[in-house]
Design a protein around this ligand. Structure first.
Ligand SMILES: *Cc1c(COP(=O)(O)O)cnc(C)c1O
Length: 401
């Protein structure tokens, strides 16, 4: 990247929106004299419960999204000798969470438009060892949760809904987190809402909730009533296996401040995505995500381009201070994961070569979006093979949304 003192401000791929509320909430938690899990974690769990519409679901906060996924997998009974079906187009955390239980991942292909799991393919992969099916909502897209629930019910498998991209989104009017078998959120440093780092597991009932409270605290039965008063007891017993997965009050305080702004964050991210769609729809060579962004709180904004130009485009943008990302290199192509069972993965492999994430922040001005779009347009002007000539992609979706 060239350094030029007159160059405009760099535009990173991600930028956490940390404002006065987060700073003062974090400082107050630091000054409170109880840094570990306590009162503020309870308040954070209650805020998440409220944000997903309350109801009978139970919410358990843990240290990361990956920890939440690991506990979610254990809740389904996944373990040695069993399999969990997971889209190959996903975050490493899903795959590692399955492996951490002793179960094996089985890689499934995705839908070419929503980039979420292809349920017909998933149905073909379900076998006697299958314990659960992972549904991951990708960027602005939500899985077909109605059909997935019907499939899981019919075949007797459980669902782990990885909603790391979807806190604050709704599916057919219902808040994400309120309807899935087991649902997981992440509040890591780059997600739409952050707690610096935190994860949430949402389960159906109190029995599952009590078990998760043990699992997150080294399997111990320390009474949560005391912990949630910022107190510790010493007469505890290890009643289960467990992990050191609990959350600190300081992280919870930052997360709480962010949840207070979820409506503002959603509106800002929707506006930025819609501006991208509007400005990029005339750029030849770019396939847009088929979404109107209406019900979602988008974590990322992606486009698809001809794989032959992707690296060059990323370099062009990087040279102009614009960060991009790849979400993701498909899971089954990672060295350690090659041994696992998989179905046909043609769509995953194609999309893995086309996809590129553009900058998306919760406080992104129209001017900043326009700068990215102008550079995209400048790159493609005159140099691109039109999509119609690129054999790998169905262009019918390019104008949707
Ligand atoms: C970020 C992310 C995770 C992992 O969450 P962490 O809080 O970073 O551990 C899992 N799944 C998806 C889809 C993610 O984007």
């Amino acid at each position: 990247m060239t350094t030029d003192i007159c160059a405009p401000e760099p535009i990173p791929l991600y930028r956490p929106m940390v404002e006065a509320e987060e700073v003062s909430a974090g400082s107050a938690a630091l000054a409170a004299g109880w840094l570990g899990m306590g009162r503020t974690v309870m308040a954070f769990e209650e805020a998440v419960h409220g944000a997903i519409g309350g109801g009978s679901r139970a919410v358990v906060a843990v240290s990361t999204g990956h920890a939440a996924l690991h506990l979610a997998m254990l809740t389904t009974g996944a373990g040695p000798g069993s399999e969990v079906i997971v889209p190959a187009f996903t975050h490493l955390a899903d795959v590692q969470a399955i492996i951490a239980t002793g179960a094996e991942p089985v890689f499934c292909d995705i839908d070419p438009l929503t980039l979420c799991i292809d349920l017909d393919r998933a149905a073909e992969l379900i076998g006697p060892a299958t314990r659960a099916l992972v549904l991951m909502d990708y960027g602005p897209h939500l899985c077909d949760h109605t059909a997935a629930a019907a499939l899981a019910e019919e075949r007797g498998v459980r669902i782990v809904h990885d909603a790391a991209h979807a806190f604050g989104s709704a599916y057919q009017g219902r808040p994400v987190g309120s309807f899935s078998d087991v649902c997981v959120f992440s509040f890591d440093p780059v997600k739409a809402l952050t707690a610096i780092d935190a994860g949430i597991v949402v389960v159906r009932d109190e029995i599952e909730m009590h078990r998760l409270r043990h699992l997150r605290l080294l399997g111990s039965d320390q009474p949560v009533e005391a912990i949630y008063r910022n107190e510790k007891t010493w007469d505890y017993d290890a009643v289960d296996i467990g992990y050191r997965y609990h959350l600190s009050n300081v992280h919870a305080a930052v997360g709480l401040a962010q949840i207070g702004k979820v409506d503002q964050i959603r509106a800002a991210r929707q506006a930025a995505c819609r501006r991208y769609q509007e400005r990029l729809k005339t750029v030849d060579g770019v396939q847009l995500p088929p979404s109107d962004f209406d019900e979602v709180n988008p974590f990322l904004y992606y486009v698809r381009v001809d794989p032959a130009v992707r690296d060059d485009l990323r370099e062009h943008l990087a040279d102009r201070g614009i960060g991009t990302g790849i979400h993701w290199r498909p899971a089954h192509l990672h060295t350690r994961f090659r041994e696992f069972r998989q179905g046909p993965l043609h769509v995953t492999e194609q999309v893995g070569e086309e996809i590129i994430s553009l900058p998306l922040h919760s406080d992104m001005s129209a001017e900043v979006v326009d700068r990215v779009c102008d550079e995209m347009a400048a790159y493609f002007r005159g140099r691109v093979r039109p999509w119609a000539e690129y054999p790998g992609v169905d262009c019918s979706a390019a104008s949707a949304g």
